[in-house]
Design a protein around this ligand. Structure first.
Ligand code: NAD
Ligand code: UDP
Length: 322
């Protein structure tokens, strides 16, 4: 059945791909974004579609819309972006959650929260299952994001228990692909941009910390499946690629695939940087019949091709006075 679907943060990296998929499926899609970490260019190609609408709005402020489903993605996601104005980041998670949950309650809409593996902090349990409660430093530099997302999960479950709002929570692990902001400072975008420009590849720490990288199409598929799973399953459910790589391995793979002769340089590790991260996706396999299909090598090749194709001057860091 065709639905009216709101995607907050819909002009961002993941949001724009999600909007694209939902528009292709024929749904009536409203993309809401304040363009803090994204560009209109990400959704420009959708603007002439009859079933796509773009609203510039800040989700910390209420908005009155009539919808059947909401994907709540509005929130800066890269450490450099969310630490730019940490108070605003926390407001976006909390007030954004309250605003979309209020809308869902009024419209009797289903609402999916884009949560994060950061709720596990620097995990003592490996790989991380959903039952693990995490090790987050509540006063550290990452807390504005981690604790904001944790509190948003709390709000989602309380609206569900208290008001019967149908909620879905996905915990997204590192996801990459075309349309990542080239200056977002995330590891994949940094390494590819640096390799293509022949600049030094900046490894933080000794590069032995690990991450698991999921290609954006796999992630979007997982999110859509979660929205449509049976009523009794709210999640949280981990979505991510269970293949684990050290950051050094990632750097070497990027060098190989770009054919770059950039040098690896080692910089200080940022505080509270998680040492190991890999999702346990048993729950997603069982409940959603979902698992990633894109190997890192092929996903990186596609991402590198996109980075080669873009004009960097069209991208800017987060707006000042945000
Ligand atoms: P992104 O920065 O590209 O997208 C976020 C979007 O939200 C941007 O378009 C931004 O302008 C918008 N936004 C930020 N604050 C807003 C506000 N107050 N009001 C309206 N719009 C606002 O990042 P992304 O990687 O596409 O992440 C999307 C969502 O997925 C985020 O909620 C993020 O926390 C979550 N997530 C992503 C990853 C990942 O690896 N990509 C991992 C874990 C969680
Ligand atoms: N990282 C790095 N060099 C960079 C950017 C990031 O070594 O230029 C490291 C970072 O310290 C972390 C990992 O890569 O250990 C992933 O960082 P990212 O910012 O992509 O996301 P995170 O998973 O930390 O939120």
């Amino acid at each position: 059945m065709l639905k009216r679907i709101l995607v907050t943060g819909g002009a961002g990296f993941l949001g724009s791909h999600l909007c694209e998929r939902l528009v292709e499926m024929g749904h009536d899609v409203i993309c809401l974004d304040n363009f803090f970490t994204s560009q209109k260019a990400n959704v420009m190609h959708l603007l002439d579609r009859h079933n796509f609408e773009l609203i510039r709005h800040d989700i910390t402020l209420p908005i009155w819309l009539e919808v059947d489903e909401i994907y709540n993605l509005a929130c800066p996601a890269a450490p450099g972006h969310y630490q730019y104005n940490p108070i605003k980041t926390m407001k976006t998670s909390l007030m954004g959650a309250i605003n979309v949950l209020g809308m869902a309650k009024r419209c009797r809409a289903k609402v999916l929260q884009a949560s994060t593996s950061e709720v596990y902090g620097d995990p003592e349990v490996h790989p991380q299952p959903e039952s693990y409660r995490g090790a987050v430093n509540p006063i550290g530099l990452r807390a504005c994001y981690d604790e904001g997302k944790r509190a948003a999960e709390t709000l989602f479950m309380d609206y569900h228990r208290m008001n019967g709002v149908p909620v879905r929570i996905v915990r997204i692990f590192n996801t990459y692909g075309p349309r990542m902001h080239p200056y977002d400072g995330r590891v994949v975008s940094n390494f590819i941009r640096q390799a293509l420009a022949g600049e030094e590849i900046t490894i933080y720490g000794d590069g032995s910390q690990t991450r698991s990288f999921c290609y954006r199409d796999d992630m979007v598929e997982g999110m859509i499946r979660m929205m449509h799973v049976g009523e009794d399953f709210t999640g949280p459910v981990n979505l991510g690629n269970p293949e684990e790589f050290t950051i050094r391995e990632l750097a070497e793979l990027v060098l190989e695939l770009t054919g770059s002769r950039s040098r690896l340089v080692f910089k200080p590790l940022p505080p509270d940087d998680p040492t190991r991260r890999r999702p346990d996706i048993a729950l997603a396999r069982t409940k959603l019949h979902w698992q990633p299909t894109m190997p890192l090598r092929e996903g990186l090749e596609r991402t590198i091709a996109w980075f080669r194709s873009i004009d960097m001057s069209h991208y800017r860091p987060p707006t000042p006075r945000y």
